[in-house]
Design a protein around this ligand. Structure first.
Ligand code: ATP
Length: 340
């Protein structure tokens, strides 16, 4: 069985080489008139880093909250290693919520020990591991500070430590990279890889497509409470059949000569580098030859896969940035009517 990659399609089958440990099956959830989840279905292979993507309001947070058991679904189920989440102990999950929730006045190390204690971790063990993680995330000096004194990014690090101190086999993280500077994003990525190498399953939502491309073996893109595309990232890309070239030309970002090249068009223009899509039958070599014939000083030429961002736009209907801007402006949060 394979995943069905067509827009609007729901899972047909996993198509994964690893066993699947987390199954989200036919989740339905309404809040009054709002349908938050509308038969959401996907599967996550064991020990993978999995990207859970979707426009604002698509249903990601609702799904995570149902998985950890703080919200009940109207219908459907979440199953971890064969057991319905409603029958699982809470410490199965590590959860990093979108709204951070530390006690502002409490000293960092004390609250890490306290939260781990809620999951049954003995104090001395919690203290030792908390200090270990503070060192790994290069902030040991925060141990004795109060949470309210910490920057947003550092609060996020502390909250992440709090989500993993009890050693959960599966981690759900709602936008863990938001608000972090590039150095801290890199550090978090390192930590995720470490956790994965320990055999844990990591699922996170984000709007940062580059991070997903670099970190995730598989993804699910959700739109209006349904998965519109999901499965191994490489397979999803291959299934599009789209072929791209990344091109840089010294002193010419307009690439006007491209208008005379049949079967090639710019899908993502840039000053330094543009992304060009090739139609079927158009070979990359022919594009390069056309560039040279036009006298273009080509400084970079790369045959590339279609980007995840492009796949997202194909399925959800508009770029992520536009979606964020709309949300910031208090505009509509439901994806566009022109979704593919
Ligand atoms: P974002 O990327 O903005 O975090 P999301 O994909 O996490 O979005 P959800 O927070 O799951 O989306 O919301 C899905 C839909 O359900 C939205 O329309 C939202 O307004 C609605 N919703 C979520 N929680 C509630 C609630 N407690 N009461 C009413 N509506 C809710």
């Amino acid at each position: 069985m394979r995943w069905d990659h067509r827009p609007g399609a729901i899972r047909v089958g996993p198509g994964y080489s690893r066993p699947v440990s987390l199954i989200i099956e036919d989740l339905h959830k309404r809040f009054g008139n709002v349908v938050a989840l509308d038969g959401l279905t996907f599967e996550v292979p064991t020990g993978q880093i999995f990207g859970f993507l979707g426009a604002n309001g698509a249903g990601k947070t609702t799904t995570m909250r149902i998985a950890i058991g703080v919200l009940a679904a109207d219908r459907g189920q979440v199953v971890w290693n064969g057991t319905d989440t409603r029958e699982l102990p809470r410490n199965t999950w590590g959860y990093l919520p979108e709204e951070r929730g530390l006690y502002p006045r409490m000293v960092v190390i004390d609250q890490l020990v306290f939260f781990a204690g809620l999951h049954g971790v003995p104090q001395d063990l919690a203290r030792r591991d908390a200090m270990g993680w503070l060192h790994r995330l290069r902030v040991p000096e925060l141990a004795e500070r109060r949470a309210e004194e910490l920057s947003k990014g550092n609060q996020q690090k502390i909250q992440l430590i709090s989500a993993i101190l009890h050693g959960p086999p599966v981690l759900l993280m709602d936008e863990p990279f938001t608000g972090l500077d590039p150095v801290n994003v890199a550090m978090l990525r390192e930590a995720f890889l470490e956790l994965r190498d320990e055999g844990r399953t990591l699922i996170f939502s984000t709007h940062q497509m580059e991070t997903v491309e670099a970190m995730c073996e598989s993804v699910a893109i959700v739109d209006r409470g349904r998965v519109v595309v999901g499965g191994p990232l490489r397979e999803i890309k291959r299934a599009t059949g789209r072929r791209m070239v990344h091109l840089s030309v010294d002193g010419d970002h307009r690439l006007a000569w491209l208008a005379g090249v049949p079967g090639a068009r710019i899908v993502r223009p840039g000053i330094d580098r543009s992304e060009i899509e090739l139609d079927e039958g158009m070979e990359p070599e022919a594009l390069l030859a056309a560039a040279v014939a036009a006298g273009a000083q080509v400084t970079h030429f790369e045959v590339a896969d279609v980007s995840l961002e492009q796949i997202f736009i194909d399925h959800v209907g508009r770029p992520l940035d536009e979606d964020l801007h709309l949300a910031e402006a208090g505009g509509p949060v439901a994806p566009g009517e022109d979704a593919a």
